[in-house]
Design a protein. Structure first.
Length: 261
């Protein structure tokens, strides 16, 4: 059995190179930085990775030496090969690195494969780079490194119904995972999945709110699960003098989104 090991936050193009030949992906959870905002939640990782197992990083497991971790791994999964990224660290206070892993692999008869840092269109693929793009609203650049559209998952809740008054009713999304990274405020072109159906969408992020107008949808979605895919940053949030000006801008946004589908 080949096992890929890592945090894999983002499951981006670089991570995909690590896991593509693995029979099992062992992801470390929760994220080792408790203050970080996640590119992919645990539930999203399960959807993206399929054959996934979790190494629960408890205080007790945090004290495992690098060798004790390999002993645990061998007893639990008996891998023939371990696949990791170039910056992999493991064991108490991150004492182990790829060189440590190779030595332990020789001792316990486990092959070790190190995947080099991945470069896509002359740009090194890193979770930190993707995170920076998202904080800056550069969704197209983030998606290129991810290899897919950035997504937000949650439940539809009641809002102030202001969009309905402007002729563009929206769903209000409450995220499933509070740690999920929400991109820079603004209006985005994207898509939404609700009730297993895909709709073009205008997505509004701002003022601690996430809303989406689904083109071609009518009805009530309160309490339903929804997934939003962000594809293009259209404009920043603008404060308008009156509701008539706002309504005109919303219609302009919707025309642009319709033209792209």
């Amino acid at each position: 059995m080949k096992i890929a090991i890592g945090v894999f936050d983002g499951v981006h193009r670089g991570h995909q190179k690590v896991i593509e030949k693995a029979h099992l992906v062992l992801t470390i959870t929760p994220h080792l930085n408790p203050d970080i905002e996640l590119l992919t939640t645990p539930a999203e990782k399960k959807d993206l990775l399929g054959n996934l197992a979790e190494f629960k990083f408890t205080p007790r497991r945090a004290r495992l030496t690098p060798e004790n971790f390999i002993v645990w791994l061998k007893q639990k999964y008996n891998p023939a090969e371990i696949i990791v990224g170039h910056d992999f660290h493991f064991g108490w206070q991150r004492q182990g690195n790829v060189a440590t892993l190779r030595k332990l692999g020789q001792k316990y008869k486990i092959a070790v494969t190190e995947i080099s840092e991945y470069v896509y269109h002359k740009e090194t693929v890193r979770s930190s780079t993707i995170r920076a793009y998202l904080y800056d609203g550069q969704i197209t650049q983030a998606n290129k490194l991810l290899g897919r559209d950035y997504q937000l998952n949650g439940k539809v809740i009641r809002g102030k119904r202001f969009g309905r008054k402007l002729g563009a009713p929206t769903i209000n999304l409450r995220l499933d995972c509070p740690q999920k990274l929400v991109p820079h405020d603004g209006v985005y072109r994207g898509e939404a999945i609700v009730r297993s159906k895909l709709y073009p969408a205008a997505i509004f992020i701002g003022r601690n709110a996430i809303e989406a107008h689904l083109l071609g949808f009518t009805g009530n979605l309160y309490g339903q699960k929804a997934t939003l895919f962000l594809q293009e940053y259209l404009r920043p949030i603008i404060k308008f003098k009156n509701s008539n000006d706002l309504q005109k801008q919303i219609q302009k946004d919707l025309r642009k989104i319709k033209a792209s589908h």
